[in-house]
Design a protein around this ligand. Structure first.
Ligand code: AMP
Ligand code: MG
Length: 518
């Protein structure tokens, strides 16, 4: 079996917890606690990502080797692995929540691949840690499939994200009260091995700031910059200012990418915000079907809709403000405000670029803003499918625009009839605008299809794959993983994977709403 080359800087350079007790507790004066995964009864490799494996220099034989499967289940360690959980805090739904930490994520260490890239590996669902609070440290198969598939789907969509290497069934069950209605069930358990250059979150800095652990805060900032932002050079305090600004810009750009593909994270708490601007922690996320900016997939968020689709850019801003607060002992108020303005500017620029591309325009001019807003307004009023709308829009003949082309984007015939005139009028305006572009119709369509996905991980598709997997049939998971490798290509024969949400899925759990129970 090929060797993974571990170089565990986080534990080598940062202070660890002197207490080895694995019981839930507050951990002070340390950034991580040594903890061993809890072995499982009958580990089985259910799926893995060949692309992610390749980034770790692992081929199929290496992935399927019994020692590797055992390691990915938490049943054994490979040479060089160090296992630990880290301490972080966070603002949850707008309120400070104190210590959270890796309650069911256990690091395996940091791999440096042959190309010299550093990858942190984590097992999610491998048992309790000092940060597990009242929970069991485990994960159910359904949420593990969702994290596994979506991590890889996002990567192929070109959206910055943590990755997923493997999905391992534990052969054990986990008890979950999915609907929080006093009806707990035994569900199959799983462990996902997820991978990222860094899993450091905003909450890692917030916890030390909240406790006044200034030395730890500074040490973590210096470590993060040195390890994860090697391109930033210079000396503090300027270095800290540049770093904060960079995080603001990356976060803003990530928000624009989510808006581009119709992704709703669902739990944008500050403990779920990556310092690298990656999508992290796939929980009750969802994908926009019929366009509705107020839609949230998270049942816990159904009342407040804090984390609905349309508010994500605002919440991203709120979250970098909280990071700014946590860094206020190191960065002046003026410099923090500068970073926040950089967020606003980066978001405005990115969303402008995204929208121009989605509509096939080389750039947006003044009047285009209204044209774009009107399109989304129509999409919402007429309950049109966002993904379908943009793929069909690329087929419009700008010399003879006809709304019939967009019929496939509608969920309701009555709304198509009602909005037909408005849609025709909008298309006339759009066609006039596109005729000013110099690109040929074919290259115009190709440009649009390169940013408007044909395939996204629609909520009902994930749910169908999960229901099969729970019966022991992983074929839909494997097929979805494969389809989502080429999300922008038409894939003849695979139309079923781009079909709009069927009627039965409109209000079904797992398809239109998800609880945090995972
Ligand atoms: P999340 O809502 O998934 O971002 O999780 C928030 C916090 O709860 C984090 O500290 C998680 O580690 C912790 N957590 C979530 N589920 C579990 C679980 N089953 N066991 C232990 N900790 C958990
Ligand atoms: Mg989390």
């Amino acid at each position: 079996m090929s060797q993974l080359n571990f170089d565990n800087r986080f534990v080598a350079e940062l202070p660890g917890d002197p207490i080895s007790d694995n019981r839930p507790r507050q951990v002070h004066g340390a950034m991580w606690s040594a903890v061993s995964p809890t072995p499982v009864g009958a580990p089985q490799l259910l799926a893995y990502s060949p692309e992610m494996a390749a980034l770790l220099d692992l081929d199929a034989a290496a992935m399927e080797h019994p020692d590797m499967v055992a390691a990915l289940a938490g049943n054994r360690l490979l040479p060089g692995m160090r296992t630990y959980a880290t301490c972080y805090g966070g603002h949850q739904f707008g309120a400070w929540a104190g210590q959270l930490g890796d309650g069911r994520a256990i690091y395996l260490g940091e791999v440096v691949n042959r190309a010299g890239q550093r990858w942190e590996m984590q097992l999610k669902g491998a048992g309790p840690t000092p940060y597990s609070r009242r929970a069991d440290g485990r994960a159910v198969l359904r949420s593990s499939i969702r994290e596994f598939l979506c991590s890889e789907a996002m990567h192929h969509l070109g959206v910055p994200t943590t990755r997923a290497l493997s999905l391992v069934g534990t052969g054990e069950t986990v008890v979950r009260d999915m609907f929080y209605d006093g009806n707990p069930q035994q569900e199959p358990g799983a462990v996902v091995c997820r991978v990222a250059p860094s899993f450091i979150r905003f909450g890692h800095f917030e916890i030390f700031a909240s406790r006044g652990e200034q030395a730890l805060l500074e040490q973590l900032v210096n470590f993060t910059i040195a390890r994860d932002f090697p391109e930033l050079t210079g000396e503090p305090p300027r270095l800290y200012v540049d770093w904060f600004k960079e995080i603001c810009i990356r976060t803003a750009r990530l928000m624009a990418q989510w808006m581009r593909v119709g992704f709703v994270h669902g739990v944008m708490n500050t403990d779920n915000m990556s310092i690298l601007g990656l999508t992290i922690d796939y929980g009750p996320y969802g994908w926009i079907d019929d366009f509705d900016p107020s839609w949230t997939p998270n049942t816990t968020d159904a009342q407040g809709r804090r984390y609905c689709f349309g508010r994500q850019p605002q919440i991203g801003r709120w979250n970098v403000e909280r990071l700014g607060d946590a860094l206020s002992s190191l960065i002046s108020r003026d410099d923090i405000d500068d970073g926040l303005r950089a967020y606003d500017a980066a978001y405005a620029e990115s969303i402008g670029t995204v929208m121009a591309a989605k509509f096939g325009l080389s750039h947006l001019v003044q009047d285009d803003v209204e044209l774009v807003e009107d399109a989304f307004g129509l999409m919402q009023q007429a309950e049109m499918d966002m993904t379908e709308f943009f793929r069909q829009l690329a087929k419009i003949d700008v010399d003879a625009p006809n709304a019939a082309v967009l019929a496939d984007a509608f969920y309701r015939d009555d709304l198509l009839q009602q909005r037909r005139v408005a849609l025709d009028q909008w298309l006339q305006r759009y066609a006039r605008r596109v005729r000013q572009e110099s690109a040929s119709p074919a290259s115009q369509a190709a440009r649009m299809n390169a940013v408007n996905p044909r395939f996204v991980l629609r909520n009902y598709l994930a749910q169908q794959a999960i229901e099969r997997a729970e019966q022991g049939d992983l074929s839909k998971v494997i097929e979805l993983l494969d389809v989502l490798r080429r999300p922008y290509d038409e894939q003849p024969g695979r139309e079923a994977f781009s079909a709009k949400r069927p009627d039965w899925a409109r209000h079904k759990a797992g398809c239109s709403m998800l609880s945090c129970s995972s």
